[in-house]
Design a protein around this ligand. Structure first.
Ligand SMILES: *[C@@H]1O[C@H](CO)[C@@H](O)[C@H](O)[C@H]1NC(C)=O
Ligand SMILES: *[C@@H]1O[C@H](CO)[C@@H](O)[C@H](O)[C@H]1NC(C)=O
Length: 274
């Protein structure tokens, strides 16, 4: 069975932690640790190597329109290279948005009636919120502590029958394969720069971004939502450089990605993780 070289994430302090219920946050941490140490954990218990149990449903229709503009801050998933091979993650997996961009392999299992053979690859692009008015075992599939993937309909139909509605799945993190460099979409206004970071290869989900104007020092960006990172530093009229760090601590520096005459609304391409 294939393994990945993904390692444990650095500890994170995030202003948004307070918004989450503490147990939810702990569960998210445990889920991440489980995902990254699955080989060790599962080997110890003599279980299948690398694969982790969860469940999957689908949302939206076959067009996938409902999967666009999700909680990760991505927009047109076709233009951005994610396509419809995507999922909305439950609280236990979403990690308040820090998991956005992570890639998974997934297969249906343990129900011959509903499973189709084969393995899909998907990227985390959205959040599946809990709904406490529905029981966790009867519709509230995304309620903590459940590990749940709400797939695009087209991805779901590759591994399961439509009528199944929900199926048990096995999943594991895999490296993301991308064309070209990391993309930086610059939004906001002169007093507030918001940068959407996407098309990240390798580990796929980033946990830290720094920005530098040609006339400034490096500034730490804070995460606004999903994979949108912000700064209040005024940077118009300067070329822009970025340092991006993934979960696990790998770093890529892209110098002068945006020329000095960059405009809000433009997207620029930087370097890429191997
Ligand atoms: C398969 O599903 C049945 C219930 O449908 C359950 O009892 C059993 O534990 C499952 N097997 C595995 C390996 O998860
Ligand atoms: C939660 O589920 C109930 C019952 O199905 C539904 O009426 C309600 O709209 C749901 N809430 C959200 C926020 O989706």
């Amino acid at each position: 069975m294939e393994t990945t070289d993904l390692t444990l994430p650095p500890s994170k302090s995030d202003k948004q932690i307070a918004k989450m219920c503490c147990s939810g946050y702990l569960i998210a941490i445990i889920a991440i640790m489980a995902a990254f140490s699955a080989n060790v954990v599962e080997a110890k218990h003599g279980k299948p190597y690398g694969w982790i149990k969860a469940h999957a449903t689908f949302y939206g229709d076959i067009s996938g329109q409902e999967t666009m503009q999700g909680a990760c801050g991505y927009g047109d998933l076709h233009k951005q290279g994610y396509g419809l091979e995507t999922a909305a993650l439950s609280t236990a997996l979403f990690n308040d948005g820090l998991t956005c961009g992570a890639c998974y392999e997934m297969k249906c299992y343990n129900t011959t009636q509903w499973c189709k053979p084969g393995i899909i690859q998907i990227t985390a692009t959205n959040f599946c919120p809990p709904n406490w008015s529905i029981p966790s075992d009867n519709g509230g599939w995304c309620n903590p502590p459940r590990k749940h993937f709400d797939l695009s309909m087209s991805s779901f139909l590759k591994i399961a029958e439509y009528k199944a509605g929900i199926v048990p799945v096995l999943y594991k993190r895999v490296p993301c394969v991308k064309n070209g460099g990391i993309k930086f979409e610059i939004k906001g206004n002169p007093y507030w720069t918001l940068v959407l970071v996407y098309n990240v290869a390798g580990v796929g989900n980033i946990v830290d971004v720094k920005i530098k104007g040609s006339g400034t020092q490096w500034y730490q960006m804070s995460r606004n939502w999903g994979q949108n990172w912000q700064t209040g530093v005024r940077l118009q009229g300067q070329s822009l450089s970025f340092i991006v760090t993934t979960q696990g601590g790998k770093t890529v520096q892209s110098d002068n990605v945006a020329p000095a005459n960059w405009q809000f609304g433009q997207t620029f391409e930087g370097k890429q993780f191997n």
